[in-house]
Design a protein around this ligand. Structure first.
Ligand SMILES: Nc1ncnc2c1ncn2[C@@H]1O[C@H](COP(=O)(O)OP(=O)(O)OP(=O)(O)O)[C@@H](O)[C@H]1O
Length: 451
């Protein structure tokens, strides 16, 4: 939050003090009320992070009842607000009472604007930090599936599909580019399924030489080939009762595709060198970054196997296609790595945010994970810079149709961005955009933005 976006509410009935305080806080938007009712109205309108509240307010200017009531009402309406109570010079007892009721701090008259500014600055910093933390926690709570960070409509749809498909035994194919989270989703599917207490066994079909893949998958009997000194169970049998995750299934050699197809149809396997049919009960999840339709066309993937493994197909969009997810995922990684590496990094600077939002992310979430890990380790300040990320902001776009389109696009993007930055809080987003709430509502309707 820029200092200029910071609102400070002063509830004070002394007009001399009002005008002194109005100009005492450089960089704050100071709003002044002379009594509780006006104070609460301004609180609702401006949502200030910090309130300076005189305890002696009318109709009890000589006592503290109205001031304490104002404090309580502010905290009931906006518990995150930091209220600093201002008391008479000899009124420690009531100051402490106010702290007991939830005031953040107290300050005794006469007012020294310099000291009060310092107290307000510190209170605002605490307020903003708490707000940032709360947002992060909310994002994490909204995480639809364990360990998966997703707020974009595209990914929320994927999450819903996974939740629907998980309880059944249906064979599921996850399609998506490298690093989009296919394995993470496979694990989520397993965790949400009735098989969750059994094993999930993963095998990367592209990482194992073709000659070894058959015995890895199906196991072998003693003496099946040179070096087969003892009977060995394969991954499929190992996953019995649980889930088998066949990563990079598009790389499965044709002979093995036939054998896998037979297993999927009959649910029995034969170990290499064995004759016995062994029934195995596994749920199969496949994943690939390849275009299997192309592979079918060029004969490198069996069409009949494709239909067997794709009873349900889930397309996982690339990070670039997920509206708004990049920043949310980046923040979550930042928090994780700054905790892991005990670094005091708490955000991204403006240029870094632009770069995170405009980068193409060819390596998707995996690329982001490693870039942010490195940036956290390398960073020397409290904020990650463009240099730490080692990416270039790429904000060039094709020439649009006309000026109206440019304006509309920019307006829609600004509204979406403000909402994202304010966790969908309409008042905050309207403030960020410098417009009123009704204007923002009109824009949401105009651009069909749902929150
Ligand atoms: N939505 C997400 N939220 C949090 N972490 C994620 C998300 N998506 C992916 N990751 C993380 O990114 C990394 C890559 O994910 P994963 O291995 O699941 O991708 P993949 O699509 O299986 O990649 P590949 O095709 O290269 O095997 C992992 O560390 C994973 O935890």
């Amino acid at each position: 939050m820029k200092k200029a976006d910071r609102h400070l509410l002063v509830v004070e009935d002394d007009e001399g003090l009002q005008s002194q305080l109005k100009w005492a806080f450089e960089g704050y938007e100071v709003v002044i009320a002379g009594n509780r009712e006006d104070g609460i109205n301004l609180l609702r309108r401006h949502v200030p992070g910090v309130v300076l509240c005189d305890l002696g307010l009318p109709p009890d200017p000589g006592g503290v009842s109205e001031g304490l009531a104002t404090l309580q009402e502010i905290l009931a309406l906006a518990p995150a607000t930091k209220v600093i109570v201002v008391t008479g010079d000899d009124d420690r007892a009531n100051a402490i009472k106010a702290i007991g009721l939830g005031a953040y701090d107290f300050y005794q008259k006469p007012v020294d604007a310099d000291i009060l500014s310092l107290i307000v600055d510190r209170a605002y910093q605490v307020y903003e930090l708490e707000l940032e933390n709360k947002k992060l926690q909310e994002y994490q709570q909204h995480t639809p599936l364990n360990g998966i960070i997703a707020t974009s409509p595209q990914m929320l749809k994927v999450c819903r599909t996974i939740e629907k498909v998980a309880p059944s035994d249906i064979t599921t194919l996850l399609l998506g580019a490298s690093g989009t989270g296919k394995e993470l989703f496979a694990r989520a599917l397993h965790e949400l399924s009735p098989r969750k207490n059994e094993r999930m066994v993963a095998i990367n079909c592209a990482a194992i030489p073709d000659t070894l893949l058959e015995s890895e998958l199906f196991g072998y009997e003693k003496g099946a080939f040179t070096g087969a000194t003892q009977q060995t169970i394969g991954k499929i049998e190992h996953a019995n009762g649980g889930t088998l995750f066949l990563d990079e299934i598009g790389d499965l050699p044709l002979e093995l595709q036939a054998k896998l197809l037979r297993f999927l149809q009959e649910r029995v396997i034969e170990r290499v060198g064995g004759r016995k049919e062994i029934p195995v009960d596994v749920r199969i999840i496949g994943a690939t970054h390849q275009n299997l339709s192309e592979n079918i066309k060029d004969g490198s993937f069996r069409e009949d196997l494709y239909y067997r493994i794709s009873e349900i197909t889930v397309d996982i969009p690339s990070l670039k296609e997920r509206e708004g997810d990049a920043l949310v995922i980046a923040r979550s990684f930042l928090q994780r790595f700054s905790d892991d590496y005990k670094k005091n990094v708490n955000g991204f600077d403006k240029e870094a945010i632009l770069a995170l939002e405009s980068h193409d992310w060819p390596g998707n979430v995996r690329e982001m994970e490693s870039r942010i890990k490195r940036a956290v380790i390398m960073s020397e300040g409290s904020q990650i810079t463009l240099e730490d990320l080692e990416i270039e902001a790429n904000i060039t776009e094709p020439m649009p149709f006309n000026l109206k389109q440019i304006r509309d696009d920019a307006e829609r993007k600004a509204v979406q961005r403000a909402l994202r930055h304010c966790s969908d809080n309409i008042s905050d987003a309207a403030n960020v955009l410098g417009i009123t709430r009704p204007t923002l509502y009109n824009m949401l309707e105009k651009y069909g933005i749902k929150i």
